[in-house]
Design a protein around this ligand. Structure first.
Ligand code: HGY
Ligand code: MN
Ligand code: MN
Length: 417
């Protein structure tokens, strides 16, 4: 591919990401959650871009967009290539979407060339966990874990996952058909790093060797709402003050353990008035570490801290676990093939742990999975300032084409097929 074509493709990938960012549930900023109507707009736009390739585009019963590029011979196994199409609130334009756009760009760059395996592009319907508090709904369907329990989970308006699927015009009874069968031999996900490492190393790409585990919990502190003016300090059971003390303990705990991160990202106090002492406070907790033992111990410690603080203040603290996701190693063969492909672009291959969670950690339950990170300028993500350099996208497309050629020629892939 000429450098001009490469540049044009990279610019088109970024332009498409920015276009999809306009499909939002909010007037200002990008928010696109599980099977919301902007997600339907997103599917429609992507289907238009796929039209010239003549690929059959479908939605599976979990709302994942899936498009199959045929192999040289029919009935050949498939390589899955993609990422998620949903976003966090006030999101950037590249988290998730870039991986789907790069997968499509690779198919376009093949110019109809058929490989010994098929390629299925997948745009997952939900990875972030914003609407239902539980992440990876889309990719769980591909590994057979979108179960009855999860279908019952309700959003803030009391709509269940099942109802939302039905309202989108899909049939929850067909979810089992979304599951990967034995014809898939691997999953590759391009994704922005969402952190500062590649920028510090001045590298455009990296291969991910493992994805940190994460625990997500929701805490409720119960105290006693009362008049802010007439209630002396020593008679209060202030649920917001208790949560505040606990949040500081969360930060101190994470600071004291190398590699541990812990975040209280969402808090809501009731009744939520200036002149009323909060009687109830809900707070989320997100704990991550490369070691499952360190992560789970930290989560357990923070539950105990919440209980101690509540007890000392005459309150109660309850909690529920929203997600317990172990750390996941990527497929060593694919990791090394990716490093080889990165080297062919003239960049130094780098291998790193992902602090962010990704659909690849779910797909890895069923197929060999691996990820290719792109540098994140400023290390900024989950924010409108999130960006990716067009030069790095060029490198990613070049790396992806090398990777496809390597896999097409690989004896190990043939044995896996
Ligand atoms: O939260 C995460 O790790 C990812 O952005 N879903
Ligand atoms: Mn994200
Ligand atoms: Mn993501």
């Amino acid at each position: 591919m000429t450098t001009t074509e490469m540049r044009e493709r990279a610019e088109e990938v970024n332009a498409r990401c920015r276009r999809l960012a306009t499909f939002s549930e909010d007037q200002i900023g990008t928010r696109r959650t599980f099977l919301s109507s902007p997600m339907r707009d997103c599917h429609r736009e992507i289907a238009c871009w796929l039209e010239p390739l003549g690929l059959p585009v479908r939605l599976d019963a979990a709302g994942n967009l899936r498009a199959s590029y045929p192999a040289a011979q029919s009935a050949a196994p498939k390589l899955l290539f993609g990422s998620h199409l949903d976003t966090v609130p006030n999101a950037g334009a590249y988290d998730g979407v870039l991986g789907v756009m790069l997968a499509i760009s690779l198919l376009e760059a093949l110019h109809g060339r058929r490989l010994p395996f098929g390629i299925e592009v997948v745009g997952f319907s939900e990875e972030e966990g914003v609407r239902f508090g539980v992440p990876f709904i889309g990719s769980r369907a591909l590994v057979g874990r979108l179960d009855a329990e999860l279908l019952k989970v309700q959003d803030s308006r009391g709509l269940s996952v099942k109802k939302v699927i039905e309202d989108f015009g899909l049939n929850p009874a067909e979810i089992s058909q979304a599951s990967l069968n034995s014809e898939y031999f691997g999953y590759i996900e391009f994704h922005i790093e969402q952190g500062p490492v590649l920028e510090e190393l001045r590298l455009p790409l990296a291969s991910v060797d493992s994805i940190a585990g994460q625990s997500r919990l929701e805490f409720t502190f119960h105290g006693r709402s009362n008049h802010a003016g007439t209630t002396p300090m020593h008679l209060r059971r202030d649920a917001l003050a208790a949560a505040a003390e606990w949040i500081t303990a969360v930060e101190n705990c994470a600071r004291s353990v190398p590699g541990l991160v812990a975040t209280v990202g969402k808090i809501e106090a009731k009744p939520g008035a200036t002149n009323v002492i909060a009687g109830e406070t809900r707070a989320t907790l997100d704990v991550r570490h490369g070691s499952d033992e360190i992560r789970t111990r930290a989560a357990k410690d923070l539950v105990e801290r919440a209980q101690d603080i509540a007890e000392r203040r005459g309150l109660t603290a309850r909690w529920k676990t929203l997600l317990e996701q172990p750390a996941v190693a990527m497929d060593t063969f694919l990791v090394s093939e990716i490093e080889c492909a990165i080297a062919k672009t003239g960049s130094t291959p780098h291998r790193m742990v992902s602090g962010a969670g990704h659909d690849a950690m779910i797909l890895a339950e069923k197929v060999p999975a691996a990820m290719i990170f792109l540098r994140t300028p400023g290390g900024i993500s989950h924010d409108p300032a999130e960006s990716v350099a067009v030069e790095d996208v060029e490198k990613a497309i070049e790396c992806g084409l090398h990777l496809l050629d390597q896999l097409a020629a690989s004896r190990i892939v043939r044995e896996r097929m």
